[in-house]
Design a protein around this ligand. Sequence first.
Ligand code: PTJ
Length: 249
Amino acid sequence: MNKIPKSHPRYLSLVTREQISKGMKQGVVHETGLIAHGRGEAFDYLLGETTILPTNKAAKAAAAALLAGNNPVISVNGNVAVLAANSCVKLANLIPAKLEINLFHRTQMRVNKIAVLLQTHGANTVYGVHPNAKIPGLDHDRALCEKEGIFTADVVLIPLEDGDRCQALQKMGKMVIAIDLNPLSRTAQAATITIVDNVTRALPQIEHWVKELKGKKQSELEKILKTWDNSKNLSSVMSFLSKRLNSLS
Ligand code: PTJ
């Protein structure tokens, strides 16, 4: 890794780029993951690279959903593994939730490497290594899942999704929580709860709310979910973006 001086004004962004690039060279991140990262960076720039109020509310709703679920699962792909393996494991242990590897550009080699990475960060069982079920309606490898994991999950957290799986999971009757910096993406628009934030900030934010809400009665968690309006929250995100751009112009 090239030495990036801490004094550089874009230090965090540059270090994150290096992480993604290293992850690709190690065979964890797919090469198109670099393009996805670039798109995310652009939206993060517009947000001001910070967690905004509507996003914090979404993180609270997500925490309530994950705690209220009977079989919550956190789905992990290449970018997520490289950027946030530790946060994924911490969150999974805290809820508790299962971790399942689910890849768009699936190779057994990448799956195995991601499983090792998660285990290095303290994961116990990692699902998705030996899939034995399929999400109906998907013609690509993202359909592959495990019966005990995503297939029978009632709540699925999908950071950095690529689109149609979100709708397919919802058609199966699951509650889907998306983390996506692009509020206009198909995933962001289709999810039950959309967190428009960088996965590196969103996962610790969900963890914060899980700690706050753990121990609350099921009825209190359900009340948070009943009053949740994803379209309204996405509108607040758009209005934040438009106001920010106006104020800068
Ligand atoms: O590891 P694989 O094989 O499963 O492939 C993963 C990628 C990410 C390559 C695949 O899912 C893909 O092509 O995704 P898309 O269609 O490019 O969508 C990724 C979405 O995540 C985009 O809307 C980006 O804005 C968003 N995004 C990128 N980086 C981040 C992000 N959202 C939150 N945090 C990020 N760091």
